[in-house]
Design a protein around this ligand. Structure first.
Ligand SMILES: *Cc1c(COP(=O)(O)O)cnc(C)c1O
Length: 412
């Protein structure tokens, strides 16, 4: 493992040169001209490649890297990442088609999700991908469809462990959950597999999302390996992989610190030595946000500026219908400001700042892009750039709410 650390300061990713914010080597007003509209998302392919390179050089070589498409399903992004990672994780039939379109091998595509329809299961079996099974009944349905189709379905069992990923932005395990099969039901289910016509591929243990706390990720990895070793201890049970989930977070808000990957990587190395029974098995890490989140920006244009009882509002042609997480309405308990840059249409002579609240076009007070931030003096026509916007943007937002025009995306 190298001693490399990952740089997180967003302005290193999108540098400010001669008073102009740049993305993929171009001043962003040029990108607006190329796309021919605001609002838009711009993604930088080099940043995505760099992030995957950094992960590869830090993590033990044995760890396989998967991309969870739902973080950003733009086809060009999925294709770009598919060429660099070991597999893709999907959560719907639409994502199945996106994944197959990249040329990724079916055995390296896995399908999770608590409510898979009959058609989705049939499509998954017919395409020979791995299905991460989320309930006992789903397992029976898959077995039935496999027999009908005369194909042996590839299945992994998704476990709802009796622990949770502490300090997560979103917890997805521990206690009652719609995801996965309760860990205590697994032993019986695993021994019943021999009576079914299924190919058992392994376990999927995904515990949470957006975690910046290395100690809790390490603790979860320790418990995940321990649980997997216990559940897979039966020598006659053959399997190919253990998917240990992901959950690596990125810094969004003041006070957030970038995740320190080195101790996590070191601990994974330690676990690989501690559990020699996994020597010939694949250990898969599945990441979405961590791969794309910092490689994207959201740009809208200021169309109004007004004062109301002492507050200065900048009103843009964007909003939460394109970027729900930025408005604080995608699982956050308290709204906090994402990093914001004002990109002036005409370079300003002075360096004055003012405290502003930036909002979008929607008729709801929820539509806030930035709340009382001290930013360079801005005018109508200037661009508002929200950093850290590469994940859970366009497709995680209620795009049709109020019927405004759709946001565009470009990968440069
Ligand atoms: C959403 C999801 C991911 C990706 O989570 P990130 O926090 O974006 O890394 C990975 N695996 C599963 C099963 C998911 O549901």
């Amino acid at each position: 493992m190298s001693q490399k650390t990952i740089q997180h300061a967003p302005l290193n990713y999108f540098p400010y040169q001669q008073g102009r914010l740049h993305a993929a080597g171009k001043p962003i007003e040029q990108i607006v001209d190329i796309v021919s509209q605001t609002p838009l998302y711009v993604y930088d392919r080099k940043l995505i490649s760099q992030r995957i390179d950094d992960l590869r050089s830090l993590l033990p070589e044995k760890i396989k890297l998967h991309y969870a498409i739902k973080a950003n399903p733009m086809p060009a992004i999925v294709q770009h990442i598919a060429n660099l990672v070991d597999g893709l994780d999907i959560a719907s039939h639409g994502e199945l088609l996106s994944a197959l379109n990249t040329g990724t091998k079916a055995s390296e595509i896995s399908f999770a999700g608590p409510g898979k329809t009959d058609k989705e299961l049939i499509a998954a079996i017919a395409s020979h991908i791995v299905i991460n099974v989320e309930s006992e009944n789903e397992l029976k349905r898959i077995n039935k469809f496999g027999i009908q189709l005369r194909i042996t379905p590839k299945v992994a069992l998704r476990v709802n462990p009796d622990f949770e990923l502490k300090a997560s932005g979103m917890k997805m395990s521990g206690g009652p959950k719609q995801f996965g099969i309760d860990a205590d039901k697994l032993p019986e289910l695993l021994s019943s597999l021999t009576s079914l016509e299924l190919q058992f591929e392994g376990l999927h243990i995904f515990s949470g999302s957006q975690n910046l706390n290395k100690e809790s990720i390490i603790e979860t990895h320790n418990k995940t390996f321990e649980l997997a070793a216990e559940l897979l201890s039966e020598p006659s049970l053959d399997y190919r992989f253990i998917n240990i989930g992901g959950g690596f977070g990125i810094p969004y808000f003041p006070g957030d610190r970038a995740l320190d990957l080195q101790p996590i990587a070191k601990n994974l190395q330690r676990l690989l030595s501690k559990y020699p029974q996994f020597k010939d098995k694949e250990i898969i890490l599945e990441l979405g946000r961590f791969i794309v989140g910092e490689a994207g920006i959201y740009i809208s244009k200021i169309i109004e500026k007004k004062e109301s009882r002492g507050t200065t509002y900048l009103i843009t042609d964007g909003g939460l219908h394109h970027h729900l997480p930025n408005s604080g309405n995608f699982g956050q308990l308290i709204r906090k400001n994402y990093p914001v840059v004002i990109h002036a249409a005409v370079k300003k002579a002075d360096s004055k700042t003012e405290k502003v609240t930036i909002v979008g076009q929607l008729c709801t007070p929820l539509d806030t892009l930035a709340d009382k931030m001290e930013l360079p003096l801005a005018e109508i026509g200037d661009l508002v750039v929200i950093l850290q916007s590469g994940a859970y943007g366009k497709t995680a937002s209620p795009e049709h709410f109020l019927g405004h025009k759709a946001v565009k995306e470009i990968l440069l």
